[in-house]
Write a protein that binds this ligand. Sequence first.
Ligand code: FAD
Length: 537
Amino acid sequence: MSFIDARDPSSPGQIETDVCIAGGGAAGITLASELLSSGVNVCLVESGGFTPDEETQSLYDLDSIGYPVRENFMSRARYFGGSCNLWAGRNMTLNALDFASRAWVPGSGWPIPHTEVSRFYPRAYEILELPGPERTTPEALRARMSVDERKLFDEGTFTPTVSLWPRSATRFGSAFGSMLRKAPNARVLLNASVTHVALNEAGTAVTSVAASTLDGRRTTIRARHFVLACGGLENARLLLASRDRQPQGIGNSHDMLGRHFMDHPRAVFGKIHLPPGRELPLLRGRPLPDGKLQVGVGLAPAVQERERLLNHYVTFELQTSGYAEAKYQSFIQTMKVVLRRGYAGSRWDFARSHLTDIPELVYLLSPKELMPHPVSRAFVALRDAIPRRPTPKTYVAVYFCEQPPDPASRVTLSDETDRLGMNKLKLHWHIDESVRQGVFRMQELLRSELERTGVGRLETAREEPVFTDASHHIGTTRMGLTPKEGVVDTDCRAHGVDNLYLASSSVFPCAGHANPTMTILALVLRLGDHLRSMRFT
Ligand SMILES: Cc1cc2nc3c(=O)[nH]c(=O)nc-3n(C[C@H](O)[C@H](O)[C@H](O)COP(=O)(O)OP(=O)(O)OC[C@H]3O[C@@H](n4cnc5c(N)ncnc54)[C@H](O)[C@@H]3O)c2cc1C
């Protein structure tokens, strides 16, 4: 019986295994699957059950004291499958510049080369069932671009960024559930929250982790290796909260733990008006036989260097009439309720949303992702086939910003505790001035390029960008060559603790331009290889 409900009186109080993984989200489940297929015994400890519930979710409540972040339910999901139960399934890879140490971006640069991670992307494509990488080579993209899109990219100021979706967004809980159920070497402990990581007396190795159900039933898990895969915020919280041997928290000898919190600040910030006959099909997004593709407008590396800019990009979303959007809004709400068991849908306060929220809402609720793939493909094919009189179009410009790693943007422990007695997190999200300035400069460049090429006109929406986070929790346990530079080493192992690893965007030392999940998977696959190379006999 590989799935065990920790609330069940017959569930064991002690478990011994080879590898204990805390957290059953994309990272934890993928790592478990990699290790199980090599015969390693794995215990996956997951805080939630198969469906969301308020009480478990409330263990994620935090005190946000900096730039506001999305509310708990939009930001993370605490049940089997993790936040990918809510995600939009938009996948991007980090590029070489994201890994590079850039003189104009303080704290930039990974301690491992880009190829160390990118070699695992092809396997991540397979796991996520994405359209193959051959569809997004520069040549393949160029072949699909309209004349207007080529004009925009040909001058060398901009470079295309690529987002891919599978036919339907991967839900890791259901995608891997039956494999985990059948694996003789797997134990998945549900409804058990890890509350403490216990170290040996010297503080050099983990001896066990303690997990608890909501009503206080405890399990101790002993293993040879431990992996924390509880997400970008919770990994830091667990290390900060486990203070009995190392009073500043595990891996925190140089006060790096919890610092450098990054997300991808987004701003709906302007409209692009296209005259009749102008077409931007790839920028708007196209279904492919095996998924979907959307190109964004990124800054060419030479321009970033010359102008000392961050790796920002813009996507264009079609703006429709207010009436259609209002109808669309209720359609999306219904779809959310149906597809996500009412979890997110029932929490969105539609009554209080305004018309100006609609572009944000449309982005957040991701109609492109909610529309079943065959329907959207048939719709686009039909739309393309019907000859229509050219009409003007308006797109909403959505800026996706890279944040530089900033030690002042951080999480710490609050004095308040949750119902398991763990200190809650205090999140101080700080958005650096360079991000805001970068958006303004990007706007100027876009405006002048659209006008010069005659492709369109940029209308700026507001004086100041209003950012929202993208639920990408990055950097709190960053990778560094030494404990002075980071919390984990280049193997994702906590500095100074032999058998403790972290699997999450918490280890990214820089956020880069791309959504994080593909890179989380690539790092997890790399960690899987590392752990498999250990002897388990
Ligand atoms: C609305 C939304 C949209 C998103 N869209 C995208 C997107 O389009 N593209 C993209 O790349 N990313 C997106 N993301 C981010 C993406 O969901 C995360 O990158 C991804 O889920 C991270 O996976 P993870 O396994 O590292 O962490 P999580 O998914 O957070 O999983 C952590 C798991 O650990 C469990 N857990 C937590 N604490 C404990 C504990 N103490 N003990 C035991 N278990 C614990 C949780 O219940 C959870 O199952 C989105 C996120 C949200 C919320």
